[in-house]
Design a protein around this ligand. Structure first.
Ligand SMILES: [Zn+2]
Length: 418
């Protein structure tokens, strides 16, 4: 592969072959730099050069031009003990919004293009309410938060939306979801776009958790990662070579339905002994009912386990070992460099991470396991809404930033999933 990339002509050489293309080359370089900074939040000039493949001198000139035009801000910083200049998009260049529908909550965050969260709020969501009511509530919460930040609505560059179910990539339709059954068949991005009048990009919660941890949390600097969330179901968000892998039906990462035991309990998918039947709350909590009562939640199990309760510790360890079997399969197939555990279970720390690593050590091919680190998520319950912000940031185009048009103009928005 390296031999191929060495032979490939540099970008500059390709473009200057066409007469009169000097300005389009310059424009392309501007967009490359803006894109690199937009996706990373902030970068030193050396990091921009590494990310874009442009020379240090070109980066320096472009950053100066972007700074003079008000597109980026440059602040002094230090990198490796040396003085450096940190480049980020201007705080007032625009805002992005993240909306996350969960099992029992609706969470909204407003951020600027420099990756700073300006406002964030969560409220309980009635899972039996209709999807229309849910989107109305989201619209109201978004409006309230924008008002609180004092930013003009015309500055909205885009919205990222998270839903707890698979999204068909072609049609944008929400597939079957056990968490919000009444929402199946709706087109969430269209619903919210109709209410807010700005581009909306949608993805499932596991993918957004992966994006959130990659941009702000335990997955920073990693290009191959799996985010595993254990809640009412078990799902994984897969990042391959820096990009979310979805599959055509949006169902990639259904790690919860790996078969662990052919004669195990019947799963909601119709098979027996899926990973989910050994790890999801509704299968695990009944194990503790006779000793701990019926009001116990996963959060409670984790809390009691940390306080030393032997039954809860045993259940957490068993769950960890089973997740580890799934992670070992994932490891053999995709060879990720990091697995990030999200959801309530991550709060159990080593009580669950130790058994996961133990199973990975036992079942994964040693050469694949050697490159893997298993870490708890750093963002807790915020991973998905921050991932929604990251989605909005990654899907917005740069031409609007460079041309000074209203960032959220629908016609100029890049379509989702390109
Ligand atoms: Zn299943």
């Amino acid at each position: 592969m390296d031999g191929v990339s060495l032979k490939r002509p540099r970008a500059q050489e390709v473009v200057v072959e066409t007469p009169g293309s000097q300005s389009s080359l310059h424009r392309a370089n501007l967009e490359r730099v803006v894109r690199a900074v937009r996706l990373a939040g902030s970068l030193t000039q050396a990091e921009i050069a590494r990310t874009t493949g442009l020379s240090a001198a070109t980066v320096s000139n472009i950053v100066r031009e972007l700074k003079d035009g008000g597109t980026v801000e440059v602040t002094p910083t230090s990198a490796g003990g040396r003085r450096a200049r940190s480049v980020s998009l201007s705080g007032d260049a625009g805002i992005v919004i993240g909306v996350d529908f969960g099992h029992t909550h609706l969470r909204v965050a407003v951020g600027n293009l420099a990756h700073q969260v300006l406002a964030e709020e969560s409220e309980p969501l009635d899972v039996d309410a209709s999807s229309a009511q849910g989107f109305d509530r989201a619209e109201q919460l978004v409006s309230r938060l924008i008002e609180a930040t004092g930013v003009d609505r015309s500055k909205i560059a885009g919205v990222g939306l998270g839903v707890p179910g698979p999204i068909d990539v072609e049609s944008g339709t929400l597939g079957s979801t056990a968490i919000l059954p009444g929402w199946t068949g709706t087109k969430p991005a269209e619903e919210l776009r109709g209410r807010l009048g700005v581009p909306v990009h949608v993805d499932n919660d596991a993918n957004l958790g992966a994006l959130g941890e990659m941009v702000w949390g335990s997955g920073r600097g990693v290009r191959d990662l799996a985010y595993i969330k254990v809640a009412s179901g078990v799902g994984a968000g897969l990042v391959i070579n820096g990009k979310i892998y979805r599959g055509p039906g949006g169902t990639a990462g259904e790690i919860g339905h790996i078969t662990l035991d052919e004669s195990g309990p019947v799963c909601r998918c119709g098979n027996r002994g899926c990973l989910e039947t050994f790890t999801a709350a509704r299968y695990v909590l009944p194990l503790l009912q006779s000793s701990h009562g019926t009001d116990l939640t996963m959060e409670g199990v984790v809390r009691l386990g940390r306080e030393g309760d032997p039954g809860c510790r045993r259940v957490i360890a068993d769950v960890g070992r089973h997740i580890g079997s799934g992670v070992a399969n994932l490891c053999n197939l995709l060879n990720p460099s990091r697995v990030v555990l999200g959801g309530d279970l991550a709060e159990a720390g080593e009580l669950v991470l130790g058994p996961i690593r133990e199973s990975v050590g036992r079942y994964a091919i040693p050469s694949a396991a050697r490159h893997l680190s298993v870490l708890p998520g750093a963002l807790g319950g915020r991973a998905e809404v921050l991932g929604a912000l990251a989605l909005a940031l990654s899907e917005m185009g740069d031409s609007t930033l460079l041309d000074g048009t209203a960032p959220g103009t629908l016609q100029t928005a890049t379509p989702a999933f390109t």
